[in-house]
Design a protein around this ligand. Structure first.
Ligand code: ZN
Length: 324
């Protein structure tokens, strides 16, 4: 069972990581921090001199979530891409549940290495000895990070740890000024670099994997996880709420104040793709109520189609810890 629980999610490179050897001015002040502040909600392990930067990245990520949490309740009235990325107002509660869990560092049960103890996301920096330090792992993060097309981070599903590759530190922490992708002929230009290529948003992507658990799209799901922004717009409703990159772009677009967005109901996107008459709106809404134990719940869930996934979540609504 462990092999399936710990099947890795590879976050393949979204963009060529920026070569960024020098630290940003605003991070220099914290680079000497090698211990995490006592009140900090996330555990950080093995990052030595990078610890301070990671604290800064995660702090900025939490700050970025506030405007998104304010915007997400607007649903289709959002001006910052909610419709392009999540398609239907009925997903609003579900998306908000995931974002709130990240913002509050909601601990989840059922995660390795100690399933009985609820854990918030933990971050570990990958070294050659990571595999021997984290004995529950069945994959070697160092090996994955060393692949030629490796991404900057790895989240093994079922783990309380998000592993950061050495290449993670080549990324830029956050944009220097508001930056938005252009839109032409109802499509974004490029892959979303303007809003996506920052560590602040990448850690949100990884924490969406953490809270979606097995419901998350990944390298081996059908369809697989997608990264380019137009591919995120093209996903149908259910895949959109299970693709971490959609959340990453949404949070970034809200924080950067981006208002130019394509309409997913118009060409070149499939007409009707987002206007699904059989949308299980009540399931989407109520699924979010199971969210605190979602990762544990989804272990029981069939993964052949997305709809049974949500129906199964619907069956677990007795969870007294349900978020609202
Ligand atoms: Zn991913």
């Amino acid at each position: 069972m462990l092999a399936t629980i710990l099947s890795p999610v590879f976050c393949l490179p979204q963009y060529t990581p920026l070569q960024f050897p020098a630290l940003e001015n605003d991070t220099i002040a914290v680079t000497n921090i090698t211990t995490v502040p006592a009140s900090f909600p996330f555990l950080i392990e093995g990052c030595s001199a990078h610890t301070g930067i990671l604290v800064s990245v995660l702090t900025k990520a939490l700050v970025a979530l506030t405007p998104a949490l304010n915007d997400v309740g607007l649903g289709l009235d959002s001006r910052h891409g909610f419709k392009a990325l999540f398609k239907d107002g009925a997903t609003s509660t579900y998306v908000r549940g995931i974002l709130r869990s990240i913002a509050s560092a909601q601990p989840l049960k059922g995660l390795q290495p100690d399933p009985s103890v609820p854990s918030a996301p933990r971050f570990a920096c990958v070294t050659p000895s990571t595999i021997s330090q984290y004995k529950f792992l069945e994959i070697d993060p160092w090996e994955i990070c060393s692949l030629p097309d490796a991404g900057q981070s790895v989240y093994p599903v079922g783990s309380s740890y998000i592993f950061l590759c050495p290449s993670f530190w080549r990324g830029e922490v956050a944009p220097q000024k508001n930056t938005c992708p252009s839109v032409k002929r109802n499509q974004f230009l490029g892959r979303g670099e303007a809003v996506g290529m920052y560590l602040t948003y990448l850690v949100i992507h990884e924490m969406v994997h953490f809270y979606l658990g097995k419901a998350s799209l990944g390298l081996y799901s059908n369809p697989p996880e997608v990264y380019p922004i137009n591919d995120c717009v093209a996903l149908d409703i259910l895949d959109s709420v299970h693709n971490p990159q959609n959340y990453q772009f949404y949070v970034a677009m809200v924080e950067q104040g981006c208002t130019k967005v394509p309409d997913p109901d118009q060409p070149p996107f499939l007409p009707g793709h987002s206007n699904n008459g059989s949308l299980p709106a009540i399931l989407l809404t109520q699924a979010a109520h199971t969210q605190p134990s979602l990762a544990a719940n989804v272990e029981k869930v069939p993964t052949m189609t997305t709809l049974p996934r949500l129906e199964s979540l619907h069956g677990d609504l007795d969870d007294p810890l349900g978020l609202q």
